[in-house]
Design a protein around this ligand. Sequence first.
Ligand code: HEC
Length: 152
Amino acid sequence: MRSTKMIVVTFCIAVIYSFSASAEEMSDARQLIKLPKNIESKMLINMRDHISALDDIIAAVHKDEYDKAADIAESRLGWSSLVRRGDQEVAKHWAAPMKKMADAMYRASSNFVIVAQDASVEETKASYKKVIGSIQQITLSCRGCHEVFRVR
Ligand code: HEC
């Protein structure tokens, strides 16, 4: 009887321990950036447009519409998007390292414009490869920031 109790207790301890271990594995190491509610929702609206823009860029490239892809990149993810969408108002609330990561996205997107424009003239396999590499520089900038920061 006593040994059954011991087994049950040991089992319970093991279960509790395994829960806490997996909670630790799941722990979120990203840095929380606290934003005023209206700024946070504005930022997330912009973010949702970022992923739509990316999808629109890939769709345009797939159809060999490089000039269209370039326009989307510049106006919705590049330096021009900062002014157009009022990202500046949101970015004021960001920590300096986060602003730097955002700059990496604007830079990668504006660089993409040149690569895409070249591809629209050249239309070679090599230029297509450069276009894909340049898109990946954009997604790398998204990923870089998402791995480090969160707002909730
Ligand atoms: C400067 C940092 C930064 C950059 C660059 C960035 N994001 Fe984000 N994004 C965030 C943060 C922070 C969140 C909120 C994550 C959280 O709190 O869990 C977010 C959230 C999102 C969301 C979720 C929106 C929602 O409504 O929940 C999407 C989609 C997204 N980002 C797409 C992108 C794409 C695509 C790119 C690149 C083209 C990008 N982001 C670039 C910081 C960034």
